[in-house]
Ligand binder design. Sequence first.
Ligand SMILES: [Zn+2]
Ligand SMILES: [Zn+2]
Length: 324
Amino acid sequence: MFCNLFFFSLDCRTRQAKTIGWSISRFVIYIDQCWKMEENKDASLLVIVMDTNPSQRIIRENPHHLTQCLDSIVAFANAHLMQKAQNKLAVLACHHHATEFLYPTPGKPLDIRQVDGQYEAFTLVEKTIKQKLAKVISEAPRLTVPTESLLAGSMAMALCYIARVHRNKPAGVKINSRILVVTGSNECASQYMTYMNVFFTAQKQNVSLDVCALDKPLSLLQQGCDITGGQYLKLPQLDGFLQYLLWVFLPEPLTRCKLVLPPPVKVDYRAACFCHRELIDIGYVCSVCLSIFCKFSPICTTCHTVFKAPAPIAAKPKKKKMKT
Ligand SMILES: [Zn+2]
Ligand SMILES: [Zn+2]
């Protein structure tokens, strides 16, 4: 099979055929990886954090975009489950007032009728997510001004869920976990501390963080992807969202090194000051607790350490003129 594919991709002259050949070879590498994983009995847990805040620009401009994104995410989630029977899935909706689990939901699973041609587990995922999201949106308080999404909190909740799954797993089973954040919100430095705590906890728990930015580039989340070894993608256009998801985010982080993915962008590692929550280039750092401030303050507001005021910089004595 490998040889046939190889010749196929070499013989292709047209661009489209080359693309098909390339896709098939990617697929073969992918299946190969899946077989290896099957031998190892490794399971993969994917937690999708979906930003459903109506303040997002793409949703304000066209509410239909939310349905479009939801359909793509459901198809992507089912593609993840399809890869292996042991694969697990969780989907969280991040709203402006709360974070809710869309799948799995506590209690008895929904009663679903068999739909011809669709595997029952996929129908269950789709129905549960859509029904729960409709409930979340209808119960959300009305917004008068655009409000930021509670992304950092949702990611912390995803990490808690992953920790619980790991605690309850049967002995001898290995679970590779990752989080995928899909958001069109702007970044808010006000959640800087929570973001950093989430990133370093994820790194310690070996959880990769993938981010798909639908609207603006997100520098803080980009730092998170870089720290945890995940993939960051700023979507060039909303059309073909599912294709981007399947191409970039469906393969496991271990497989990705074998694929041609978007090149890594330069990460903006600026930090937010603790006083105004704004990203700064140069600032003061508390030597005790490493808090960052944009201006000198004699008492650290985090750990209350008292610092001496910096001495004024003494003017350099002028060099004496050389006697001639
Ligand atoms: Zn400041
Ligand atoms: Zn301090």
